[in-house]
Design a protein around this ligand. Sequence first.
Ligand code: BDR
Ligand code: CA
Length: 342
Amino acid sequence: MRILLDVDTGIDDSLALLYLLAAPEAEIVGIASTAGNVAADRVAANNLAWLDICRAPEIEVALGAAAPLAVPLRTTEDTHGPHGVGYAELPPTTRTLSPRSAAELWVDTVRANPGEITGLCTGPLTNLALALRAEPALPRLLRRLVIMGGAFNHPGNTTPTAEWNIHVDPEAAAEVFDAFSGAPQRPLVCGLDITESIEMLPLHLTRLAERAGSTPVETVGPDDPITFRSATSNPIVRHVTDAVRFYFDFHRSYELGYLAHMHDPFAAAVTLDPALAVTRPATVAVELNGALTRGTTVADWTGMWGREPNADIVVGTDPAEFFIRLIERVGDFAQAVYGEES
Ligand code: BDR
Ligand code: CA
């Protein structure tokens, strides 16, 4: 499967990237760096750094637009840390950015490989919307699109009704859902109602370290001092532990428990294996004007608008199965990359 990844890296975006790098059945053909959790240049730097840590082959990383289509950028360092990767301090990299923009990466890649590219968006939809303006045939040229975004019959995480990725750039999201009306393949949409059931716990990190053969095997907890940094031997496991521990602290500060919602890696897993998700077709539109509801995804499940469905919304999954896959795949990958060195 040839995947174009569009991310706002981001702690959970980082794990989505690792999940795909670890997947023998996936080839990442390019990474679009979208402004969202942190600024676009920081997203791009994080993507390049993760590729280095994973000793990945050359993968094109393109810089996205600095701001959403119609509103100023809002970032969320309180959720993802000062650099977007929690407490992790990713080493400097000598990898460089593509001369192409993220929108150009989308258009050129999909045009050159009609029917072959699966797009996975785990950030705001700014660059995909810009690409659609340049190439309106993109929905027909893509093999499939998977989106982490929206909240369906469920509260938002940014406003009472809106989810972060959609709320950062509602105009872009509206353009994307409109563009996929009548497309041969409906986008698969992973909304908060499902991704908030993907609860990562300290035990999952412990199992990841065990699976990777990383020592010492650590179990992080809410009483760890803020200055604690992982000392486990495998660099992938070490940086993931530092990143995710920040996400645990963030969720705990909102009284959600000492856990972290793994929105984006779940979308990556569904991209590779749609059978992990139960879906239901609906027509999705994005509210752009509501004084209280701007950025809300509205799903018409029963055809009240008289419009064809433009999304397959994920309505069910097996979180335990997801975590088995995450731990096995990323754990084995971490061990394979560093082997005896760690
Ligand atoms: C989404 O918002 C971001 O903060 C996460 O990376 C995820 O993509 C969840 O609402
Ligand atoms: Ca994200």
